[in-house]
Design a protein around this ligand. Structure first.
Ligand code: DGY
Length: 333
């Protein structure tokens, strides 16, 4: 890491992001970019943000009063390189007049693609099949080998019916599925009709779905939403997919449910904790598939996220409304 020369706005970029965004930031700011693959330690982060006008953060960087104090009163904008912003104390930023931005929209389809990939892979036992071949256990065509449920014609339960949940529903249409959804509010009837999706109470969704896929934000209300009680309501043949945030699922309850056969399988892009240690019980379970939080990991999507994150940062530094504001009230003051 190099230090900030005087002059242009001072910015800390908490990781190398794709050039599509980083080049704009480097051209306009005196930016220090954290050069490591691993996030800065808390101590390093607090030191790096000191006297910055803007910060470009990742979901691994906690932004709270302590960090805002460390940055100082000149801080104008926090631009998160993610659509989720549960790593940021937005209320604390708003109180201080600091604009917060995120990257909605551009990762919707890639995230829905990965949710669908996980659903298909869990249903058709792809990781087990790959292990079977790699271990030299493929001796013949087996009438009972690696049987799983049909995806086509099954019932899909979507928890959280925003942009990504709706994109998953669109994919389900091609598989002739019955689509149930649950969210705090119903979407307009026209959207339900277009997507062939019916709102049901969460308990009913859990009881009826062959596949439950989670697309809620992490909030105080959704933390632990899928715990022992929710898992107990699911069918023993049902599968759980999570591409939202790890803490939406109670990890210990999930391990228990997978071991006991309360549900058939889980496929997770996000976990609690994250990263999941290699010796974690979820990793060892044959009926659990874990990938390392890669739902938005396509070249195009990560590039588009970088462009959005840069645009938010530069707008905030210029005192303009952010293109994708999390706390638009700051700009209205
Ligand atoms: C997000 O954007 O919130 C994802 O989890 C990472 O792309």
């Amino acid at each position: 890491m190099t230090s900030h020369p005087p002059g242009r706005p001072r910015v800390f970029v908490a990781r190398r992001i794709p050039d599509a965004g980083l080049d704009r930031v480097l051209a306009a700011c005196d930016a220090v970019v954290w050069p490591e693959e691993l996030p800065p330690s808390r101590e390093a982060l607090l030191a790096a943000v000191a006297r910055c006008d803007g910060i470009l953060t990742l979901l691994t960087d906690r932004v709270d009063d302590e960090l805002l104090d460390a940055a100082g009163p000149q801080l104008r904008v926090v631009s998160n390189y993610a659509v989720g912003f549960d790593n940021i104390d937005v209320a604390a930023c708003t109180r201080r007049g600091i604009a917060v931005g995120n990257t909605p929209g551009v990762l919707t389809e890639s995230t829905a693609d990965l949710a669908w990939t996980l659903l298909m892979a869990a249903a058709r036992r792809i990781p087990e099949g790959v292990d079977h071949v790699r271990a030299g256990r493929w001796k013949t065509w087996g009438p009972l080998l690696l049987l799983g449920p049909d995806v086509h014609g099954a019932t899909l339960g979507i928890v959280g019916f925003g942009r990504i949940g709706q994109a998953v529903a669109r994919r389900a249409a091609g598989f002739g599925m019955t689509v149930l959804y649950h969210d705090v509010a119903r979407v307009p009837e026209a959207v339900e009709a277009e997507l062939g999706a019916a709102w049901v109470p969460l308990e009913e969704l859990l009881a009826r779905a062959d596949f439950v896929t989670l697309h809620v934000n992490l909030t105080a209300q959704t933390r632990g939403l899928i715990g022992a009680d929710a898992l107990g309501r699911m069918q023993p043949t049902a599968m759980l997919v999570n591409t939202s945030r790890g803490p939406v699922v109670d990890t210990d309850a999930l391990v228990q449910a997978l071991r006991a056969g309360t549900i058939a399988a889980a496929a997770l892009d996000v976990t609690d904790p994250e990263p999941l240690p290699a010796d974690h019980p979820l990793v060892a379970l044959d009926n659990c598939l874990v990938v390392p939080h890669v739902a938005s990991a396509t070249r195009a999507t990560r590039g588009a996220m970088a462009e959005k994150a840069a645009a938010n940062l530069l707008a905030g530094l210029a005192g303009e409304p952010l293109p994708d504001p999390v706390n638009p009230e700051v700009a209205r003051r």
